[in-house]
Design a protein around this ligand. Structure first.
Ligand SMILES: Cc1cc2nc3c(=O)[nH]c(=O)nc-3n(C[C@H](O)[C@H](O)[C@H](O)COP(=O)(O)O)c2cc1C
Length: 223
């Protein structure tokens, strides 16, 4: 690790040298993949994964990473199906309960007093009180490797959204209202979360047309 006035620099393999690992706090806040699955014999499972994001528009593909071979990945590997549920502020505490380590035959739906509702296409159920749910079919499951090619005990699961459900009041004039859903994001530290608020919104459009021409006109350095 090297210290300077300007940067705290470190080699992760040798330790970050701080009180808390900053990695999660830097790559964040992150959306949460609240993933519902069924075991091969039909036992429901629900768990949150914040190493989660969207990766493709058409078809829509989402993915999450499991550190360790957990019930969620084991179920998806066997059944090929899962449901993603949006975590909102009102559901945050119940989402947290579903992260508890419990035997595979204990349903986190029951543990967290979470109502479920059937899906249309896949077998795992949806969180009834979540305002957005994606029914997904497994596309790829990838075991991650480190830079030396050594296999890690971490699995990325990707799924295609084959059916999306959005609560009607969150769509106004054909536009989905992100803030109205009150989504919860995972931040760094053992307990930090953020909510999204209207006053944190700002807008930018990608450079194109006249704006791009002006940018290119003023661009004399070729580097
Ligand atoms: C907000 C939140 C985010 C989490 N993100 C992850 C994650 O990205 N990867 C992971 O392996 N575990 C993550 N966990 C822990 C899992 O939810 C926990 O290990 C859970 O018991 C897994 O359940 P399962 O065995 O039923 O799949 C997270 C927990 C919380 C509360």
């Amino acid at each position: 690790m090297t210290e300077s006035d300007q940067f705290h620099s470190y080699v992760p393999a040798e330790g970050h040298g701080l009180k808390h690992d900053p990695f999660n706090a830097i790559v964040g806040p992150r959306p949460i993949g609240w993933i519902s699955t069924l075991s091969p014999d039909g036992a429901p499972n629900l768990a949150p994964y914040s190493f989660f994001n969207a990766f493709n528009y058409t078809p829509p593909i989402i993915g999450f990473s499991s550190t360790g071979w957990k019930d969620t990945v084991a179920n998806i590997e066997k059944t090929g199906e899962f449901v993603w549920n949006l975590v909102t502020r009102t559901l945050a505490e119940r989402m947290n309960i579903t992260s508890a380590v419990v035997p595979p035959d204990v349903s986190e739906f029951a543990l967290g007093h979470i109502r479920s509702t059937p899906s249309d296409i896949v077998r795992p159920t949806r969180v009834a009180d979540s305002p957005v749910q994606f029914e997904c079919r497994l596309t790829q499951m990838v075991q991650l490797k480190d830079a030396d090619g050594r296999a890690l005990e971490t699995w990325m699961t990707f799924g295609e959204v084959v059916k999306a459900h959005i609560r009607a009041d969150l769509v106004a004039s054909g536009v989905y209202d992100t803030v109205a859903a009150r989504p919860v994001l995972r931040a760094g530290g053992p307990a930090d979360y953020y909510e999204i608020r209207t006053d944190s919104l700002f807008q930018m459009r990608r450079p194109q047309g006249d704006e791009l021409t002006k940018l290119l006109d003023g661009h004399h350095v070729t580097d």
